[in-house]
Design a binder for this molecule. Structure first.
Ligand code: ZN
Length: 673
């Protein structure tokens, strides 16, 4: 929940999809490359010019259209679902790398070409979603078993939600709205990614921010340090800068990311979604969406968010009082005259943690060199789940620093998946952390999954918080890597959005396990292991500040549901009112919604899913209470929860794995601690 991240490439209504710092100079490379390992699946596209992207886009769309025509004339027999899934798999192969490259390709012209291609795919998929011939065929298909039934249900719902059964006028409008929203949310992300905002600070203004963050940064004509809005700059400034003016400038710039332009885009998106839902007789876009989710209804999600708010409200107030006391002591002001501003929260939270628990996030960097941290997380998964990760050299990807890894079964040696990893920040790259599961596996066709893990780590090493982010993202990666579903359409992360975060959230607490971190000795003998005492203190310190964090997540989720409510309110007015009702209030002149990509993109009316799936993550975690590396439990987890992807309902996977009905107890116990 500490990661406001993970966009899944928003593809279409009928298809399903993917989803905050080089250290070779510091340490010997942790995992020796093994010769003769090949990468499962097709080679990643090596487009390096807009013309190549366009040519690939043309041929991908043409070959897909041919396949659609073939499927249209096919009998709706027992193998129809297999043929439908083959079409989906073909679309993944020709279109999904485009969605990754628009976020990671180093050449702006290529990124722009991929965005143009995305719009053509959006047009294609909204048309496909309204294909009556395919819809009628799907309705005639007799499912052979529960897995077929689950796929058929998703396929039919996809067609229906795309508007296939609407009268001609509203159906055309549904397609137009769908295409327009794709265009608007693309512009929303581009306004953030390409803004290149830089703030200038004197060295004195950066007192308290680690040298590693700014020593090598570019400078302006007056010699001031220039910092951008990427996590490796923002987080250390917000946590470390002693000068409140420095923090305020950084906080305001980050909170205004996207700007007025994005507020307008978001307002238009909200109106269009409301209109879209109305075409289907739904009172709101939230109602329209949530009926397909674990939550089942807006009322259920709203009730749950109310319970979370009740569980954390007292903690949030207590923590803010403690931050005020810390600020008063630090500034020498009387307590009664001391107020916590939004840009004080990170700084004084870290200060209290250092003073009370002797925990300094920066002190963890020497223990977590980026490449070795990746090797450590891989070793954790290897121990738990009986697999092996092998680096494959010489694979041409989108950037020379992007890495290729082959995943295989440790016992049989059987190839399982390919995983690409892109560790470091650069201009124009997606600036959070996410996994694109761009190719779903299928046991039926022996098709192997491929995914890309994209993060932005400091080359000097990770803080403990960042190592936790890596564990989280790796949870998405294994969900893709270890999927073993019959159909590609149901692979790995192609599950319900209010469940998809659970496997990642489950792994987050592995960060505090001594034995887990002790595995660093296996992957990097020259690395030092985090001292036990420091780790224990970090775990206690982690609890401090959670009241504020959960309350913030709850606010984000409630805002998202409100924005997609029956009245589709103006985003900034709604945000100012909702944030204004919180203990820290709203800061006039700031516009957080302008940077809230989740709600502009695929998480529409779905942000509550981060909290909802934490309930499931906390429950799943109970199976590992005795031993986080238990290979027996890990294997069952791999086979039941990860392996089944979206081919069985999440509730059933959790029940089968735990041997009981799922419960909210573990989550609310943890909140109450
Ligand atoms: Zn995630």
């Amino acid at each position: 929940m500490t990661h406001p991240i993970h966009l899944r490439a928003a593809l279409s209504a009928t298809c399903v999809f993917a989803a905050v710092l080089f250290s070779a100079s510091l340490h010997a490379t942790a995992v020796p490359a093994q010769a003769a390992t090949t990468l499962p699946g097709p080679a990643f596209p090596t487009w390096s010019s807009p013309a190549e992207v366009k040519a690939a886009c043309d041929s991908g769309l043409a070959s897909t259209r041919t396949r659609v025509r073939q499927l249209e004339t096919r009998a709706a027999d027992a193998a129809w679902l297999k043929a439908y899934d083959a079409l989906s798999a073909h679309i993944e192969d020709v279109a999904y790398p485009v969605y990754l490259l628009s976020n990671v390709h180093p050449d702006k012209a290529v990124r722009e070409a991929t965005e143009a291609c995305e719009l053509r795919w959006a047009d294609f998929t909204s048309t496909l979603g309204q294909n009556e011939k395919l819809y009628r065929a799907a309705k005639r298909v007799k499912p052979g078993d529960a897995i077929d039934r689950e796929l058929l249900k998703t396929v039919l719902e996809g067609f229906e939600d795309a508007g296939v059964s609407l009268p001609a006028g509203p159906r055309a409008r549904a397609k137009a709205i769908s295409d327009r929203i794709t265009e608007l949310s693309q512009a929303f992300d581009r306004n953030i990614r390409d803004a290149k905002v830089q703030l200038a600070f004197t060295e004195a203004e950066l007192q308290g921010v680690p040298d590693s963050v700014w020593k090598t940064a570019k400078r302006d004509a007056s010699g001031r340090v220039l910092l951008g809005l990427e996590s490796p700059s923002v987080v250390p400034v917000m946590q470390g800068a002693v000068d409140a003016g420095t923090r305020e400038r950084m906080w305001r710039a980050k909170t205004n990311e996207g700007g007025e332009r994005n507020l307008k885009l978001l307002a238009e998106i909200g109106q269009l979604r409301k209109e879209y839902a109305g075409l289907f007789g739904a009172a709101s876009y939230a109602d329209f969406t949530l009926r397909r989710r674990m939550a089942e209804s807006t009322a259920n999600a709203t009730r749950f968010l109310g319970e979370v708010q009740q569980a954390v409200a007292a903690r949030e107030r207590r923590e803010i009082d403690e931050l005020r006391a810390a600020k008063a002591a630090h500034t020498g002001q009387p307590l009664a005259a001391t107020k916590i501003d939004r840009w004080d929260v990170g700084f004084y939270t870290e200060r209290v943690k250092r003073e009370r628990y002797s925990v300094d996030q920066q002190a963890f960097r020497p223990y977590f060199p980026p490449q070795e941290s990746l090797a450590l997380v891989m070793r954790v998964v290897e121990k738990m789940m009986g697999v092996k990760y092998t680096r494959v050299e010489g694979v041409k990807l989108w950037h020379p620093e992007a890495q290729a890894w082959a995943v295989s079964d440790a016992t049989t040696g059987k190839p399982l998946a390919a995983l690409y990893v892109d560790l470091y920040p650069r201009e124009g790259k997606y600036n959070h952390a996410a996994v694109w599961s761009f190719r779903g596996g299928s046991t039926l066709t022996k098709r192997l999954p491929q995914a890309a893990l994209v993060v932005n780590f400091d080359r000097q090493g990770l803080t403990l918080d960042e190592f936790e982010t890596l564990l989280h993202e790796f949870g998405h990666a294994v969900h893709s890597n270890l999927s073993a579903t019959r159909y590609a359409s149901q692979a790995g992360t192609s599950t319900l959005r209010d469940f998809v975060e659970a496997p990642s959230q489950m792994l987050e607490t592995w960060v505090f396990d001594r034995r887990v971190l002790g595995l660093m000795a296996e992957v990097c003998p020259s690395c030092k292991t985090v001292p036990d005492e420091l780790l224990r203190q970090a775990e206690v310190a982690k609890r401090y500040g959670e009241g504020v964090q959960y309350a913030r997540q709850q606010l984000f989720a409630s805002f998202d549901l409100g924005l997609h409510g029956a009245d589709a309110p103006e985003p900034m007015a709604l945000w100012a009112r909702m944030e204004g009702a919180t203990p820290l209030g709203h800061v006039p002149g700031t516009m957080f919604p302008a940077g809230f990509s989740h709600v502009a993109g695929g998480y529409a009316a779905g942000y509550y899913g981060y909290l909802w799936s934490e309930v499931l993550a906390a429950d799943l975690r109970t199976a590992f209470d005795k031993d986080k590396l238990d290979p027996k439990v890990g294997r069952r987890y791999r086979d039941i929860v990860l392996g089944n992807g979206g081919q069985r309902p999440p509730q059933q996977l959790v029940r089968d794995f735990l041997g009981r009905e799922s419960s909210t107890k573990a989550f609310f116990d943890q909140l109450a601690q």
